[in-house]
Structures are given as C-alpha cells and as structure tokens.
Design a protein around this ligand. Structure first.
Ligand SMILES: [Zn+2]
Length: 237
C-alpha cells in the first residue's frame, strides 16, 4: 500500500526533496481514493443501508491511514538507523585514518569531473570546514542535519491517505440513494485523473498515459468490488 520508492527518495534537502515529498503525498492520497472507493462501492453492491456504508467507509479510512502511517514509520526509522550508523562509521574513520579519508574524498570529487589538483584543493577546504558533512554529502549522499523524521513521514502519510479517502466516503453517504453510485464513480474517476496527472508531472512522465492508467486502475477496483458485493448481497451473506 505504501509507495516505498517514493519515500525512499523523499529525504535530503532542496527542491528535489520537496518534489519527492509532494509526489509521496499525491500517491498517498491516490491510495486513499482507490482503496476506500473499492470498499464503499463493494458494500453498496450488497446493501443500500447508509449506516453500513458510513461504517465501512470510516473503518476503511482509519485502517488504511494507520496502516500507511505505521508502514512509513517503520521504513523511515530503519532508513534513519542505517544513515546514523553510516555517519558513525564515517566519523570513526575520519578520527582514525584522516589521511586515507582525504585521499578518498579527493578521489570522489575527481570522479565528479574535477581535475586532480582542484579536487585535492576542494577536499582540503571541505575537510577543514566540516569533514563529516563533506563525507556525508559527497560519499553517502545524506545531509547529516536533515535525516528524515519518521514521525513526520508517518503523519504525512496518514494525512494524505485520509484526504484521499474522504472523497469516496462523502460521495457515497451524502447523495440520495439513487445517485450515490453515479456520484461516487464520477468523483473518484475525476480525482484519479487529477492525481494521475499530478504525479506524472512531478515525475516528469507523460501525463495522459498516467491519467488513463490511474483511472483504469480505479475503475477496475470499483467494478470488481461492486460485483463481489452484489454477489454476496444476492446470496444473502
Ligand atoms: Zn569517507
């Protein structure tokens, strides 16, 4: 349910990190829309009872958002643990073998396209200013001051999923019974078009293909759960 890749990238600093956070939020909202829509449409296939729809939708919203938050928390905590361990190793190496570390940093800068003399000079200056930060950034690709906070990641996932899940929940319980399926399907497809388009733009992919895929996925989810709900309703389970 979580998009591991999106949040694996969602750390660091600057514009790229902000875009990754945004993309993770859009994907989280998308998850909330699809899974809750599938749930409430499935229940609507079995029963017209508004209370049952509300209960199912709300339970689905809470279960999904907490599952997303817990998954994010565990995954980001693990990632932060390994980043901290890597920083500790780096710190020890800098204390024990500073000369080897300078050679290493020089080599890394050289491999980025600097000449040996310039790389050596840059490595010397970086080491003098903040050796650990230089190795963290150049060698490990992490900002030691901005390790991702697992609580922030969990909260963001919870919120994104909840925002997405509210749409099908409200769309199924608010309209009169005769219109609820139509309103839900149309608003879900519209929302999926939006999240598909947005996530494609954030990821520099072709928007229209992403929009169609995303709407198709949601349509299949709703059709399958509706058919299953109707079947269960018909046999009187
Ligand atoms: Zn190093």
């Amino acid at each position: 349910m979580t998009d591991t890749q999106a949040h694996d990238e969602a750390h660091g600093n600057g514009l790229g990190a902000r875009l990754n956070w945004l993309r993770a939020a859009v994907l989280g909202a998308n998850d909330g829309v699809v899974s809750t829509a599938g749930l409430v449409v499935g229940v609507a296939g079995a029963t017209g009872d508004r209370g049952a729809l509300l209960t199912a939708g709300l339970a689905g919203l809470l279960a999904g958002s907490m599952s997303m938050a817990a998954g994010e928390y565990v995954s980001v905590s693990t990632q932060r643990d390994s980043e901290r361990a890597a920083l500790a190793t780096e710190k020890r190496e800098l204390a024990e073998t500073p000369e080897a570390e300078l050679v290493e940093l020089t080599g890394l800068l050289e491999s980025k396209g600097l000449s040996r003399e310039v790389a050596r000079e840059a490595a010397l200056q970086l080491t003098e200013r903040d050796a650990l930060r230089a190795h963290a950034e150049v060698e490990l690709g992490i900002d030691p001051d901005e390790l991702t906070n697992p609580w922030h990641a969990a909260g963001a996932s919870f919120l994104a999923f909840t925002v997405g899940a509210l749409l099908p929940l409200l769309a199924i319980v608010l309209p009169p019974a005769s219109l609820r399926l139509l309103v839900t399907v149309l608003s879900v497809l519209a929302a999926l078009a939006l999240t598909g388009w947005w996530s494609a733009r954030l990821g520099d992919a072709a928007p229209w293909r992403a929009v169609l895929r995303n709407m198709g996925g949601g349509a299949v989810a709703m059709a399958v759960t509706y058919a299953a709900g109707e079947l269960l309703g018909a046999v009187g389970v």
